[in-house]
Design a protein around this ligand. Sequence first.
Ligand code: 8YV
Length: 312
Amino acid sequence: MEKTPALILAPLPDFLMQPLHSAHVCHDYFHAQDKAGLLAQVGAEIRSIVMNGGTVTPVALLEQLPKLEIMSVFGVGYDGVPVDWCQAHGIRVTNTPDVLTEDVADTASALVLMTSRRLIAANRFLHAGAWLKGAFPLAHALRGKLAGIVGLGRIGKAIAHRLEAHGMRIAYHGRSKQDVSWEYVGSLTALAQAVDFLVVACPGGADTKHLINAEVLAALGVKGTLINIARGSVVDEAALITALQHGTIRGAGLDVFENEPQVPEALLQCENAVLLPHLGSGTHETRAEMARLVVENLAAHFSGVALLTPVC
Ligand code: 8YV
């Protein structure tokens, strides 16, 4: 089959770029010094886009790609894609659901453990030779504690099952009550008030921007820890930093940030925060499956067969 021109909007791993190069003429927009020049040169021919979960693709960019047919997202979250605009212009969008659910849920569960048992601080303590001078302070148990999941989708449910295995009780908040045994709490503030851990697992985008704001953090209070494995945009990072600095919440476990890979210095300085560099789906096994879906969705589209995991 003839290679089709593709625009690469994000830094993608070699194991994804290799198969992409075999089937497409790839133009690296992400690393291009002269982005406008690249668009002027190849924009009129581009038929596909490949990007990360968090990559924001403005309509102004898409308007310069008159032959664009499909956007294949290397991630489950597609909050950076203007889906309504794509639908209106007949552009297909795909993502990589399911294959990353378990890894992301493992990461959330690990953040709950790391924050409650202060495992990162304990590791630093031992490396620094402090054990010879005395015992590490006691931490907090998980059993019997209440976790509130914000966004009970596939990943939220997988997190809930893991936390139940730690003896925790589960409640959740979302757009609607679901047919599950866990308690639904219609008010996010009321959920935050009730829980020991507030775990953010909802999609990013305009609808959930700063859902976790100063008011929700105040409700979470000194007994509460915020966990976010979803999108940085869901949490008002400035309000979170203030809460962590003043100890008005107990702590935070974060895998995502508002302006990745930039993390505010003030947040880096917070001893009561465990910070991970957006590695929720970052295993060899899962990223290989995600790459396969990206490649196979594009192949399906250009051979005129049904997409494997269409968003629209
Ligand atoms: C990835 C993600 O880190 O799936 C998502 O939405 O944000 C992550 O799994 C990312 O898309 C790959 O770099």
